[in-house]
Design a protein around this ligand. Structure first.
Ligand code: F6P
Length: 541
Protein backbone atom coordinates (compact mmCIF):
# COMPACT_ATOMS: atom_id res chain seq x y z
CA UNK A 1 0.00 0.00 0.00
CA UNK A 2 1.42 3.41 -0.93
CA UNK A 3 0.40 6.52 0.96
CA UNK A 4 -0.49 9.22 -1.51
CA UNK A 5 -1.93 11.71 0.90
CA UNK A 6 0.24 14.69 0.03
CA UNK A 7 1.93 13.64 -3.15
CA UNK A 8 -1.38 13.21 -4.95
CA UNK A 9 -2.49 16.76 -4.28
CA UNK A 10 -2.61 19.56 -6.81
CA UNK A 11 -0.37 21.60 -4.54
CA UNK A 12 2.32 18.93 -4.79
CA UNK A 13 1.93 18.70 -8.56
CA UNK A 14 2.13 22.47 -8.90
CA UNK A 15 5.41 22.53 -6.97
CA UNK A 16 6.79 19.69 -9.07
CA UNK A 17 5.97 21.61 -12.25
CA UNK A 18 7.46 24.76 -10.79
CA UNK A 19 10.65 22.94 -9.77
CA UNK A 20 11.05 21.63 -13.31
CA UNK A 21 10.56 25.14 -14.67
CA UNK A 22 13.23 26.57 -12.38
CA UNK A 23 15.60 23.70 -13.05
CA UNK A 24 15.24 23.84 -16.83
CA UNK A 25 14.72 27.55 -17.16
CA UNK A 26 18.19 28.58 -16.11
CA UNK A 27 17.07 30.46 -13.02
CA UNK A 28 20.17 31.62 -11.13
CA UNK A 29 20.51 33.41 -7.82
CA UNK A 30 22.54 36.08 -9.58
CA UNK A 31 19.52 36.90 -11.72
CA UNK A 32 17.08 36.67 -8.84
CA UNK A 33 19.02 39.27 -6.88
CA UNK A 34 19.76 41.46 -9.92
CA UNK A 35 16.07 41.68 -10.73
CA UNK A 36 14.97 42.24 -7.16
CA UNK A 37 17.15 44.53 -5.02
CA UNK A 38 14.79 44.08 -2.08
CA UNK A 39 15.10 40.30 -2.11
CA UNK A 40 17.53 40.03 0.80
CA UNK A 41 15.27 41.98 3.15
CA UNK A 42 12.05 40.36 2.02
CA UNK A 43 13.48 36.87 2.38
CA UNK A 44 14.86 37.50 5.87
CA UNK A 45 12.74 36.45 8.85
CA UNK A 46 13.25 37.53 12.46
CA UNK A 47 12.52 35.06 15.26
CA UNK A 48 13.45 36.20 18.76
CA UNK A 49 17.10 37.26 18.55
CA UNK A 50 17.62 35.19 15.42
CA UNK A 51 17.97 36.77 11.99
CA UNK A 52 17.16 34.03 9.48
CA UNK A 53 18.31 35.10 6.02
CA UNK A 54 16.92 32.62 3.49
CA UNK A 55 17.30 34.89 0.45
CA UNK A 56 20.06 32.71 -1.06
CA UNK A 57 17.65 29.87 -1.67
CA UNK A 58 16.46 28.61 -5.04
CA UNK A 59 13.05 30.16 -4.62
CA UNK A 60 11.02 32.91 -6.20
CA UNK A 61 7.98 34.66 -4.75
CA UNK A 62 5.93 32.09 -6.64
CA UNK A 63 7.87 29.26 -5.03
CA UNK A 64 7.10 30.64 -1.60
CA UNK A 65 3.42 30.88 -2.42
CA UNK A 66 3.35 27.32 -3.69
CA UNK A 67 5.24 26.03 -0.63
CA UNK A 68 2.83 27.82 1.68
CA UNK A 69 -0.08 26.38 -0.26
CA UNK A 70 1.41 22.92 0.22
CA UNK A 71 1.76 23.59 3.95
CA UNK A 72 -1.85 24.65 4.05
CA UNK A 73 -2.95 21.52 2.21
CA UNK A 74 -0.86 19.37 4.55
CA UNK A 75 -2.55 21.11 7.51
CA UNK A 76 0.84 22.03 8.94
CA UNK A 77 -0.73 24.72 11.13
CA UNK A 78 -3.09 22.16 12.61
CA UNK A 79 -0.24 19.73 13.27
CA UNK A 80 1.71 22.49 15.00
CA UNK A 81 -1.31 23.41 17.09
CA UNK A 82 -1.95 19.79 18.05
CA UNK A 83 1.68 19.26 19.00
CA UNK A 84 1.87 22.40 21.14
CA UNK A 85 -1.41 21.49 22.82
CA UNK A 86 -0.27 18.01 23.82
CA UNK A 87 -2.15 16.05 21.18
CA UNK A 88 -1.19 12.40 20.59
CA UNK A 89 0.93 13.37 17.60
CA UNK A 90 3.33 10.50 18.27
CA UNK A 91 0.55 8.21 17.11
CA UNK A 92 2.54 4.99 16.85
CA UNK A 93 3.44 5.20 20.54
CA UNK A 94 0.20 6.88 21.59
CA UNK A 95 2.01 9.81 23.12
CA UNK A 96 2.18 13.59 22.90
CA UNK A 97 5.43 15.31 21.88
CA UNK A 98 5.25 17.93 24.57
CA UNK A 99 8.87 19.04 24.93
CA UNK A 100 7.56 22.62 24.86
CA UNK A 101 6.05 21.97 28.31
CA UNK A 102 9.62 21.78 29.66
CA UNK A 103 9.92 25.52 29.08
CA UNK A 104 6.29 26.54 29.50
CA UNK A 105 5.55 30.10 30.53
CA UNK A 106 4.47 31.16 34.04
CA UNK A 107 0.74 30.91 33.29
CA UNK A 108 0.84 27.87 31.01
CA UNK A 109 -1.22 24.77 31.47
CA UNK A 110 -0.49 21.81 29.18
CA UNK A 111 -2.10 18.43 29.45
CA UNK A 112 -0.61 15.04 28.71
CA UNK A 113 -2.94 12.12 29.34
CA UNK A 114 -5.52 14.45 30.81
CA UNK A 115 -3.15 15.82 33.44
CA UNK A 116 -1.66 19.31 33.51
CA UNK A 117 2.05 18.48 33.39
CA UNK A 118 3.36 22.00 34.02
CA UNK A 119 3.37 21.76 37.85
CA UNK A 120 5.39 18.52 37.69
CA UNK A 121 7.79 20.11 35.20
CA UNK A 122 8.29 23.06 37.51
CA UNK A 123 8.76 20.84 40.54
CA UNK A 124 11.37 18.70 38.77
CA UNK A 125 13.20 21.78 37.55
CA UNK A 126 13.33 23.02 41.14
CA UNK A 127 14.64 19.61 42.29
CA UNK A 128 17.32 19.77 39.62
CA UNK A 129 18.21 23.29 40.68
CA UNK A 130 18.54 22.30 44.33
CA UNK A 131 20.81 19.41 43.41
CA UNK A 132 22.91 21.53 41.04
CA UNK A 133 23.28 24.27 43.63
CA UNK A 134 24.40 21.74 46.23
CA UNK A 135 27.02 20.25 43.91
CA UNK A 136 28.29 23.65 42.79
CA UNK A 137 28.49 24.89 46.40
CA UNK A 138 30.39 21.81 47.53
CA UNK A 139 27.52 20.85 49.83
CA UNK A 140 26.65 17.64 47.90
CA UNK A 141 29.65 15.61 49.01
CA UNK A 142 30.91 12.13 48.19
CA UNK A 143 31.09 9.13 50.54
CA UNK A 144 34.34 10.34 52.10
CA UNK A 145 32.97 13.82 52.73
CA UNK A 146 34.87 15.50 49.93
CA UNK A 147 33.22 17.94 47.56
CA UNK A 148 32.46 16.93 43.99
CA UNK A 149 34.99 18.28 41.50
CA UNK A 150 34.05 16.28 38.40
CA UNK A 151 30.66 15.30 37.04
CA UNK A 152 30.66 12.52 34.45
CA UNK A 153 27.51 12.25 32.34
CA UNK A 154 26.83 8.69 31.17
CA UNK A 155 24.32 8.65 28.32
CA UNK A 156 24.04 8.27 24.57
CA UNK A 157 21.89 9.68 21.76
CA UNK A 158 19.41 12.20 23.13
CA UNK A 159 20.84 11.55 26.59
CA UNK A 160 24.18 12.89 25.44
CA UNK A 161 24.26 14.81 22.18
CA UNK A 162 22.18 17.81 23.21
CA UNK A 163 23.76 18.40 26.55
CA UNK A 164 27.31 17.80 25.31
CA UNK A 165 26.62 20.26 22.50
CA UNK A 166 25.15 22.82 24.92
CA UNK A 167 27.96 22.30 27.44
CA UNK A 168 30.48 23.12 24.71
CA UNK A 169 28.43 25.95 23.23
CA UNK A 170 28.11 27.65 26.62
CA UNK A 171 31.73 27.26 27.67
CA UNK A 172 31.86 30.99 28.35
CA UNK A 173 29.17 30.53 31.01
CA UNK A 174 30.53 27.44 32.77
CA UNK A 175 31.62 27.43 36.41
CA UNK A 176 35.32 26.51 36.47
CA UNK A 177 34.81 24.91 39.89
CA UNK A 178 33.05 21.85 38.48
CA UNK A 179 34.41 19.95 35.50
CA UNK A 180 31.78 18.12 33.44
CA UNK A 181 32.78 15.25 31.20
CA UNK A 182 30.69 13.06 28.89
CA UNK A 183 30.90 9.35 28.16
CA UNK A 184 28.57 7.83 25.57
CA UNK A 185 30.26 5.01 23.67
CA UNK A 186 30.29 1.41 24.89
CA UNK A 187 33.87 1.29 23.58
CA UNK A 188 35.81 1.08 26.87
CA UNK A 189 38.21 3.65 25.46
CA UNK A 190 35.58 6.34 26.05
CA UNK A 191 35.12 5.73 29.78
CA UNK A 192 38.78 4.79 30.25
CA UNK A 193 39.83 8.06 28.67
CA UNK A 194 37.74 10.04 31.14
CA UNK A 195 38.47 7.97 34.26
CA UNK A 196 42.14 7.72 33.47
CA UNK A 197 42.54 11.46 33.24
CA UNK A 198 43.46 11.98 36.88
CA UNK A 199 39.93 11.67 38.26
CA UNK A 200 39.60 10.97 41.98
CA UNK A 201 36.62 8.68 42.75
CA UNK A 202 36.07 10.49 46.04
CA UNK A 203 35.44 13.73 44.13
CA UNK A 204 33.56 12.32 41.13
CA UNK A 205 29.80 12.15 40.58
CA UNK A 206 28.30 10.09 37.77
CA UNK A 207 24.99 11.20 36.27
CA UNK A 208 23.38 8.26 34.48
CA UNK A 209 20.98 9.68 31.87
CA UNK A 210 18.75 7.14 30.22
CA UNK A 211 15.07 7.67 29.58
CA UNK A 212 14.48 3.91 29.31
CA UNK A 213 17.24 2.86 31.71
CA UNK A 214 17.73 -0.10 29.37
CA UNK A 215 20.23 1.28 26.84
CA UNK A 216 23.06 -1.23 26.75
CA UNK A 217 25.87 1.25 26.22
CA UNK A 218 24.82 3.46 29.11
CA UNK A 219 24.24 0.60 31.54
CA UNK A 220 27.60 -0.97 30.64
CA UNK A 221 29.33 2.32 31.37
CA UNK A 222 27.32 2.81 34.57
CA UNK A 223 28.28 -0.63 35.85
CA UNK A 224 31.93 -0.06 34.98
CA UNK A 225 31.88 3.32 36.66
CA UNK A 226 30.31 1.78 39.74
CA UNK A 227 33.07 -0.82 39.89
CA UNK A 228 35.63 1.95 39.54
CA UNK A 229 34.15 3.85 42.50
CA UNK A 230 33.65 0.72 44.61
CA UNK A 231 37.21 -0.47 44.05
CA UNK A 232 38.45 2.80 45.52
CA UNK A 233 35.84 3.60 48.15
CA UNK A 234 34.05 0.32 48.85
CA UNK A 235 30.70 -1.00 47.57
CA UNK A 236 28.56 0.81 50.09
CA UNK A 237 30.16 4.13 49.18
CA UNK A 238 29.23 3.89 45.51
CA UNK A 239 25.66 5.10 45.94
CA UNK A 240 26.85 8.54 46.97
CA UNK A 241 28.60 8.95 43.65
CA UNK A 242 25.62 8.40 41.37
CA UNK A 243 22.60 10.38 40.27
CA UNK A 244 20.20 9.29 37.56
CA UNK A 245 17.79 10.88 35.11
CA UNK A 246 15.20 8.50 33.73
CA UNK A 247 11.54 7.70 33.09
CA UNK A 248 12.07 4.45 35.01
CA UNK A 249 12.88 5.55 38.55
CA UNK A 250 12.51 2.02 39.92
CA UNK A 251 15.25 0.78 37.61
CA UNK A 252 17.53 3.58 38.76
CA UNK A 253 17.01 2.85 42.46
CA UNK A 254 17.48 -0.86 41.73
CA UNK A 255 20.83 0.08 40.20
CA UNK A 256 21.72 1.69 43.52
CA UNK A 257 20.90 5.35 43.03
CA UNK A 258 19.29 6.96 46.08
CA UNK A 259 15.70 8.02 45.36
CA UNK A 260 16.54 11.66 46.16
CA UNK A 261 19.17 11.55 43.44
CA UNK A 262 16.83 10.21 40.75
CA UNK A 263 15.32 12.83 38.44
CA UNK A 264 12.37 12.30 36.15
CA UNK A 265 12.04 12.25 32.39
CA UNK A 266 8.56 11.77 30.98
CA UNK A 267 7.46 9.56 28.12
CA UNK A 268 5.91 12.55 26.37
CA UNK A 269 9.37 14.00 25.76
CA UNK A 270 11.44 12.27 23.10
CA UNK A 271 15.11 11.69 23.89
CA UNK A 272 16.28 13.97 21.07
CA UNK A 273 13.95 16.70 22.37
CA UNK A 274 14.98 16.38 26.03
CA UNK A 275 17.73 19.01 26.44
CA UNK A 276 15.36 21.19 28.47
CA UNK A 277 14.44 18.32 30.79
CA UNK A 278 16.30 16.84 33.74
CA UNK A 279 18.49 15.18 31.09
CA UNK A 280 20.25 18.52 31.15
CA UNK A 281 21.26 18.08 34.81
CA UNK A 282 25.00 17.98 34.05
CA UNK A 283 24.61 21.13 31.99
CA UNK A 284 22.78 22.89 34.83
CA UNK A 285 25.59 21.89 37.19
CA UNK A 286 28.09 23.37 34.74
CA UNK A 287 26.35 26.67 33.93
CA UNK A 288 24.10 27.12 36.96
CA UNK A 289 20.34 27.34 37.38
CA UNK A 290 19.96 30.92 36.14
CA UNK A 291 21.72 30.27 32.83
CA UNK A 292 19.82 27.03 32.35
CA UNK A 293 16.57 28.90 32.83
CA UNK A 294 17.76 31.53 30.35
CA UNK A 295 18.20 28.71 27.82
CA UNK A 296 14.66 27.50 28.56
CA UNK A 297 13.35 31.03 28.11
CA UNK A 298 15.10 31.22 24.77
CA UNK A 299 13.39 28.02 23.70
CA UNK A 300 10.07 29.47 24.80
CA UNK A 301 10.67 32.57 22.68
CA UNK A 302 10.73 30.43 19.56
CA UNK A 303 7.83 28.29 20.78
CA UNK A 304 5.79 31.49 21.01
CA UNK A 305 7.04 32.59 17.59
CA UNK A 306 5.85 29.27 16.19
CA UNK A 307 2.49 29.52 17.91
CA UNK A 308 1.79 33.12 16.96
CA UNK A 309 3.35 33.71 13.57
CA UNK A 310 1.41 33.13 10.39
CA UNK A 311 3.25 30.55 8.23
CA UNK A 312 4.68 33.17 5.83
CA UNK A 313 6.40 34.88 8.75
CA UNK A 314 7.46 31.81 10.67
CA UNK A 315 11.16 30.94 10.54
CA UNK A 316 10.68 27.25 11.45
CA UNK A 317 7.85 26.87 8.93
CA UNK A 318 9.88 28.47 6.14
CA UNK A 319 13.00 26.44 6.99
CA UNK A 320 10.96 23.26 7.15
CA UNK A 321 9.35 23.97 3.79
CA UNK A 322 12.76 24.68 2.25
CA UNK A 323 13.97 21.32 3.54
CA UNK A 324 10.99 19.64 1.86
CA UNK A 325 11.58 21.69 -1.31
CA UNK A 326 15.15 20.44 -1.75
CA UNK A 327 14.61 16.86 -0.53
CA UNK A 328 11.40 16.06 -2.37
CA UNK A 329 11.44 18.39 -5.38
CA UNK A 330 15.15 18.79 -6.16
CA UNK A 331 16.26 15.34 -5.01
CA UNK A 332 19.05 16.81 -2.92
CA UNK A 333 19.90 14.10 -0.42
CA UNK A 334 22.00 15.95 2.11
CA UNK A 335 22.12 19.20 4.02
CA UNK A 336 25.17 20.79 5.59
CA UNK A 337 25.12 22.55 8.95
CA UNK A 338 28.07 24.92 9.10
CA UNK A 339 28.30 26.78 12.39
CA UNK A 340 30.85 29.59 12.12
CA UNK A 341 31.45 29.29 15.85
CA UNK A 342 34.07 26.95 17.31
CA UNK A 343 31.92 26.22 20.35
CA UNK A 344 29.03 25.06 18.18
CA UNK A 345 31.18 22.39 16.56
CA UNK A 346 29.01 19.64 18.15
CA UNK A 347 25.82 21.15 16.70
CA UNK A 348 25.93 19.08 13.48
CA UNK A 349 26.09 15.85 15.49
CA UNK A 350 23.19 16.98 17.68
CA UNK A 351 21.15 17.95 14.62
CA UNK A 352 21.92 14.63 12.97
CA UNK A 353 19.93 12.84 15.63
CA UNK A 354 17.24 15.52 15.84
CA UNK A 355 16.67 15.61 12.09
CA UNK A 356 17.53 12.09 10.96
CA UNK A 357 16.06 10.09 13.84
CA UNK A 358 12.91 12.21 13.50
CA UNK A 359 12.44 12.25 9.74
CA UNK A 360 14.42 9.26 8.53
CA UNK A 361 11.13 7.51 7.83
CA UNK A 362 9.76 5.61 4.81
CA UNK A 363 6.27 4.99 6.17
CA UNK A 364 3.61 7.63 6.69
CA UNK A 365 1.29 7.99 9.66
CA UNK A 366 -1.32 5.84 7.91
CA UNK A 367 1.16 2.94 7.70
CA UNK A 368 1.69 3.08 3.96
CA UNK A 369 5.05 3.53 2.27
CA UNK A 370 5.64 7.16 1.38
CA UNK A 371 6.11 7.84 -2.34
CA UNK A 372 8.44 10.80 -2.02
CA UNK A 373 11.85 11.36 -0.51
CA UNK A 374 11.82 12.34 3.16
CA UNK A 375 14.44 13.30 5.79
CA UNK A 376 17.70 14.72 4.42
CA UNK A 377 21.08 13.40 5.51
CA UNK A 378 22.46 16.05 7.84
CA UNK A 379 26.18 16.58 8.22
CA UNK A 380 28.59 19.42 8.77
CA UNK A 381 31.42 20.93 10.74
CA UNK A 382 32.40 24.27 12.21
CA UNK A 383 33.68 26.98 9.91
CA UNK A 384 36.21 28.01 8.95
CA UNK A 385 37.64 24.47 9.23
CA UNK A 386 35.25 23.07 6.65
CA UNK A 387 36.66 25.48 4.07
CA UNK A 388 39.91 23.55 4.25
CA UNK A 389 38.19 20.20 4.11
CA UNK A 390 34.94 19.72 2.14
CA UNK A 391 34.02 23.16 0.79
CA UNK A 392 35.70 22.24 -2.50
CA UNK A 393 32.84 19.85 -3.17
CA UNK A 394 30.29 22.43 -2.06
CA UNK A 395 31.64 24.91 -4.63
CA UNK A 396 32.69 22.72 -7.56
CA UNK A 397 31.22 19.29 -6.94
CA UNK A 398 28.42 17.73 -8.98
CA UNK A 399 26.21 17.47 -5.88
CA UNK A 400 24.37 20.54 -4.67
CA UNK A 401 24.20 20.69 -0.86
CA UNK A 402 21.89 23.22 0.79
CA UNK A 403 23.77 24.70 3.74
CA UNK A 404 22.85 26.33 7.05
CA UNK A 405 25.40 28.91 8.14
CA UNK A 406 25.21 30.02 11.77
CA UNK A 407 27.21 33.05 12.89
CA UNK A 408 27.24 35.62 15.68
CA UNK A 409 27.85 39.36 15.50
CA UNK A 410 29.97 39.37 18.65
CA UNK A 411 32.67 36.93 19.82
CA UNK A 412 32.13 34.71 22.85
CA UNK A 413 32.11 36.77 26.02
CA UNK A 414 35.23 35.13 27.44
CA UNK A 415 37.45 35.71 24.42
CA UNK A 416 37.82 39.43 25.08
CA UNK A 417 41.00 38.69 27.01
CA UNK A 418 42.70 37.70 23.77
CA UNK A 419 44.45 40.68 22.19
CA UNK A 420 43.23 39.96 18.66
CA UNK A 421 39.84 38.46 19.53
CA UNK A 422 37.90 41.20 17.78
CA UNK A 423 39.79 41.01 14.51
CA UNK A 424 39.80 37.20 14.54
CA UNK A 425 36.07 37.17 15.06
CA UNK A 426 35.66 39.63 12.18
CA UNK A 427 37.66 37.25 10.01
CA UNK A 428 35.31 34.43 11.03
CA UNK A 429 32.25 36.48 10.10
CA UNK A 430 33.80 37.63 6.82
CA UNK A 431 34.53 34.03 5.87
CA UNK A 432 30.97 32.98 6.68
CA UNK A 433 29.46 35.72 4.54
CA UNK A 434 31.98 35.04 1.78
CA UNK A 435 31.14 31.35 1.64
CA UNK A 436 27.41 32.03 1.40
CA UNK A 437 28.04 34.55 -1.40
CA UNK A 438 30.45 32.33 -3.30
CA UNK A 439 28.07 29.39 -3.13
CA UNK A 440 25.17 31.54 -4.32
CA UNK A 441 26.76 33.70 -6.98
CA UNK A 442 29.82 31.71 -8.02
CA UNK A 443 32.81 33.17 -9.84
CA UNK A 444 33.29 33.23 -13.59
CA UNK A 445 36.58 32.14 -15.18
CA UNK A 446 37.90 31.34 -18.62
CA UNK A 447 39.54 28.36 -17.00
CA UNK A 448 36.90 25.69 -16.40
CA UNK A 449 38.96 24.35 -13.55
CA UNK A 450 38.57 27.64 -11.75
CA UNK A 451 34.96 28.48 -12.50
CA UNK A 452 32.43 28.40 -9.66
CA UNK A 453 28.98 27.98 -11.17
CA UNK A 454 27.23 29.16 -8.01
CA UNK A 455 23.46 28.80 -7.59
CA UNK A 456 24.11 26.77 -4.46
CA UNK A 457 21.58 27.59 -1.76
CA UNK A 458 22.12 28.44 1.87
CA UNK A 459 20.48 29.98 4.91
CA UNK A 460 22.44 32.36 7.12
CA UNK A 461 21.23 32.38 10.72
CA UNK A 462 22.73 35.22 12.72
CA UNK A 463 22.33 36.34 16.32
CA UNK A 464 24.10 38.97 18.47
CA UNK A 465 26.11 36.48 20.60
CA UNK A 466 26.19 32.81 21.59
CA UNK A 467 24.37 33.03 24.93
CA UNK A 468 22.16 30.53 26.81
CA UNK A 469 19.06 32.26 25.47
CA UNK A 470 20.28 32.28 21.86
CA UNK A 471 21.30 28.63 22.11
CA UNK A 472 17.81 27.80 23.36
CA UNK A 473 16.35 29.72 20.44
CA UNK A 474 18.49 27.81 17.94
CA UNK A 475 17.52 24.46 19.47
CA UNK A 476 13.80 25.27 19.38
CA UNK A 477 14.08 26.63 15.83
CA UNK A 478 15.44 23.30 14.61
CA UNK A 479 13.05 21.22 16.75
CA UNK A 480 10.11 22.98 15.16
CA UNK A 481 11.58 22.88 11.66
CA UNK A 482 11.68 19.10 12.03
CA UNK A 483 8.02 19.13 13.02
CA UNK A 484 7.09 21.11 9.90
CA UNK A 485 8.94 18.71 7.61
CA UNK A 486 7.23 15.72 9.16
CA UNK A 487 3.84 17.40 8.94
CA UNK A 488 4.23 17.97 5.21
CA UNK A 489 5.45 14.44 4.56
CA UNK A 490 2.76 12.98 6.79
CA UNK A 491 5.27 10.93 8.81
CA UNK A 492 5.74 10.45 12.53
CA UNK A 493 8.74 12.55 13.54
CA UNK A 494 8.59 11.32 17.12
CA UNK A 495 9.19 7.56 17.08
CA UNK A 496 12.34 5.63 16.19
CA UNK A 497 11.54 1.98 15.71
CA UNK A 498 14.30 1.67 13.12
CA UNK A 499 16.99 1.45 15.77
CA UNK A 500 15.49 -1.44 17.75
CA UNK A 501 16.38 -4.37 15.47
CA UNK A 502 20.10 -3.57 15.49
CA UNK A 503 20.09 -3.62 19.27
CA UNK A 504 18.49 -7.09 19.33
CA UNK A 505 20.93 -8.37 16.70
CA UNK A 506 23.86 -7.07 18.72
CA UNK A 507 22.69 -8.95 21.79
CA UNK A 508 22.48 -12.19 19.79
CA UNK A 509 25.87 -11.68 18.17
CA UNK A 510 27.51 -10.73 21.46
CA UNK A 511 26.52 -14.12 22.81
CA UNK A 512 28.40 -15.74 19.92
CA UNK A 513 31.64 -13.85 20.31
CA UNK A 514 32.89 -16.33 22.90
CA UNK A 515 31.83 -19.45 21.03
CA UNK A 516 34.64 -21.90 20.28
CA UNK A 517 35.83 -20.99 16.75
CA UNK A 518 35.58 -24.63 15.71
CA UNK A 519 31.84 -24.48 16.40
CA UNK A 520 30.10 -22.83 13.41
CA UNK A 521 27.92 -19.91 14.47
CA UNK A 522 24.92 -21.45 12.79
CA UNK A 523 22.35 -19.08 14.23
CA UNK A 524 23.58 -16.09 12.24
CA UNK A 525 23.33 -15.07 8.65
CA UNK A 526 26.25 -16.27 6.49
CA UNK A 527 27.97 -12.88 6.35
CA UNK A 528 27.89 -12.50 10.12
CA UNK A 529 29.04 -16.09 10.61
CA UNK A 530 31.99 -15.40 8.33
CA UNK A 531 32.80 -12.23 10.21
CA UNK A 532 32.66 -14.10 13.50
CA UNK A 533 35.14 -16.63 12.19
CA UNK A 534 37.49 -13.89 11.02
CA UNK A 535 37.06 -12.13 14.37
CA UNK A 536 38.02 -15.26 16.30
CA UNK A 537 41.06 -15.76 14.06
CA UNK A 538 42.22 -12.18 14.42
CA UNK A 539 41.65 -12.19 18.15
CA UNK A 540 43.88 -15.25 18.50
CA UNK A 541 46.58 -13.82 16.21
O1 F6P B 1 18.73 5.77 19.36
C1 F6P B 1 17.66 5.23 20.03
C2 F6P B 1 17.46 5.95 21.33
O2 F6P B 1 16.33 5.44 21.96
C3 F6P B 1 17.33 7.47 21.17
O3 F6P B 1 16.08 7.86 20.71
C4 F6P B 1 17.64 7.90 22.56
O4 F6P B 1 17.93 9.29 22.65
C5 F6P B 1 18.85 7.02 22.87
O5 F6P B 1 18.58 5.79 22.20
C6 F6P B 1 19.12 6.82 24.34
O6 F6P B 1 17.98 6.26 24.93
P1 F6P B 1 17.85 6.30 26.54
O7 F6P B 1 17.78 7.76 26.92
O8 F6P B 1 16.60 5.56 26.83
O9 F6P B 1 19.07 5.63 27.10
Amino acid sequence: MVSSAITATEEWAALARHARELQSGGTHLRGLFDSDPGRADRFTTLAGDLVVDWSRHLVTAETVELLLALADRAAVAGRIEATLAGGLVNATEGRPALHTALRAGPDASLEAGGVDVVPAVRAELDRMAGFARAVRAGERRGATGRAIRTVVNLGIGGSYLGLAMAHEALAAFRDPGVDCRFVANVDPADLAGVLGDGLDPAETLFVVVSKSFTTAETLANARAARRWVASALGTDAADRHFAAVTADGAAATAFGVAADDVFTMWDWVGGRYSLGSAAGLSLMIAIGEARFREMLAGMRTIDEHLARQRPAGSAPVLMGLLAVWYRSFWGLQTRAVLPYAHRLRLLPSYLQQLQMESNGKRVSLDGAAVDCDTGPIVWGAAGTGGQHSFHQLLHQGTTVVPADFIVFARPDADTARLPEAGSQHESLVANCFAQAAALAFGAGSDDPHRELVGNRPSTVIMAPELTPSVLGQLVALYEHEVLVQGAVWGINSFDQFGVEHGKALADAIAASLHVDPSQPASDHDPSTAALLAQYQRLRQS
